[in-house]
Design a protein around this ligand. Structure first.
Ligand code: C2E
Ligand code: CA
Ligand code: CA
Ligand code: CA
Length: 276
C-alpha cells in the first residue's frame, strides 16, 4: 500500500502480543473503574528477634478466570498508559486504610507503598498523599514510599524538590532495588532518603557467589556510613538472615518469614508475631 519497494512487517507473533497487551489494558482499566484491585501485605522482620517491624503493600490483579496476573506484567503497562496514577492512588488509599485498622487493633506497623517513576509526572502527587493520610487519619510517620533508584535518576534535579516536598509531609522515603540502577553516589548523598532496600538479586546468591557477597557487604557499609536504615529483600534462608546480621543489616523481608499475605492472613500473622 505504501508503494514500490516499501515493506511493512507484521508478524502473527506481534499481532498476538499486541492483542494480549490490549486485553490486559482493558482488564486493568475495568479493575480500576470497578475497584477490583486488591493489595497483599508482606511483613518486614527484625532479623535478630523475628518480630514484625513493618509491611510492604503489593498490588494484585486477577484475570477474567480469577487467576493472579503478575505486577511485573501490568505495572509497566500501567506506567506507559498513564493508568498508574489511578492505580497508585487506589493502592495508597487501601494501604493507609489497612495500616489505620492495624493501629486501631493495637499494632503500630509502618506501611510501605511502591511509587512508580511515572507517578512523579503527576504534579499533585504530594497533594494526593497528604489527602490519603488525612482521609484515613494515619500518622505520616507510619507511611513510607519505596522509590526505585532508576526513578530517582530520571530527572534528578527535579526529583530533589519533589522528595523534599514529600519529606516535609513527615513520611519516610526508601530507595528500592538498591544496587540495580545507575547508583550515582553523588546523588545518593543529595537525596534525603531514610531507608535503603538491598535488591534481592544480590541476597539470592550472597552465600554461593563471592562477588554478590562483597556487593551486599559494600552496600551495607555504604548505607551505614550514610546513616540509613538497611533492609534486605528476598531473604529465603536462615543462613542468609544470619549472614546479613553479621554484616550489620538487621532487617529483612522474604519467603523465609512470609510471602505477601491477604488482609485476613496478615492480621493472623501480626497477632501471632506480637505474641512471641
Ligand atoms: P518490589 O517492589 O521489589 O517487590 C518485591 C517483590 O518480590 C514482590 O513481587 C514480592 O512478592 C517478591 N518477593 C518477596 N519476597 C521474596 C522472596 O523471598 N523471594 C522471591 N523470589 N521473591 C520475593 P510482586 O508482588 O510480584 O511485585 C513485583 C514488582 O511489581 C515489585 O517489586 C514492584 O516493583 C511492582 N509493584 C508491586 N505492587 C506495586 C504497586 O502497588 N505499585 C507500583 N508502582 N509497583 C508495584
Ligand atoms: Ca518495593
Ligand atoms: Ca524491591
Ligand atoms: Ca524489584
Amino acid at each position: 500500500q505504501e508503494g514500490r519497494n516499501r515493506f511493512c512487517f507484521f508478524s502473527h507473533d506481534l499481532e498476538s502480543s499486541l492483542m494480549e497487551r490490549h486485553h490486559l489494558e482493558t482488564r486493568l482499566r475495568k479493575a480500576l473503574i470497578n475497584d477490583e484491585l486488591f493489595v497483599h501485605y508482606q511483613p518486614k522482620i527484625d532479623l535478630q528477634t523475628n518480630i514484625i517491624i513493618g509491611a510492604e503493600a503489593l498490588v494484585r490483579l486477577a484475570n477474567d478466570e480469577g487467576e493472579l496476573i503478575s505486577p511485573a506484567e501490568f505495572i509497566p503497562l500501567a506506567e506507559e498508559s498513564g493508568l498508574i496514577i489511578m492505580l497508585g492512588k487506589q493502592v495508597l488509599n487501601k494501604a493507609c486504610a489497612e495500616a489505620k485498622r492495624w493501629l486501631e487493633m493495637g499494632h503500630t506497623i509502618p506501611i510501605s507503598v511502591n511509587v512508580a517513576a511515572a507517578q512523579f509526572a503527576d504534579p499533585d502527587l504530594a497533594g494526593m498523599i497528604k489527602k490519603a493520610l488525612l482521609d484515613h487519619n494515619l500518622p505520616a510517620h507510619l507511611l513510607e514510599l519505596e522509590i526505585t533508584e532508576t526513578a530517582l535518576m530520571i530527572d534528578a534535579a527535579d526529583m530533589q524538590n519533589k522528595l523534599s516536598e514529600l519529606i516535609s509531609l513527615g513520611i519516610k522515603i526508601a530507595i528500592d532495588d538498591f544496587g540495580t540502577g545507575y547508583s550515582s553516589l553523588a546523588y545518593l548523598k543529595k537525596f534525603n532518603v531514610d531507608v535503603m532496600k538491598i535488591d534481592m538479586s544480590f541476597v539470592k546468591d550472597m552465600l554461593n557467589n563471592k562477588h554478590d557477597y562483597e556487593i551486599v557487604k559494600t552496600i551495607i557499609s555504604l548505607g551505614k556510613s550514610m546513616g540509613l536504615v538497611l533492609i534486605a529483600e528476598g531473604v529465603e534462608t536462615k543462613e542468609q538472615s544470619h549472614a546479613l546480621v553479621e554484616l550489620g543489616c538487621f532487617m529483612g523481608q522474604g519467603y523465609l518469614f512470609s510471602r505477601p499475605l491477604n488482609s485476613t492472613d496478615f492480621e493472623a500473622f501480626i497477632s501471632q508475631s506480637s505474641k512471641c
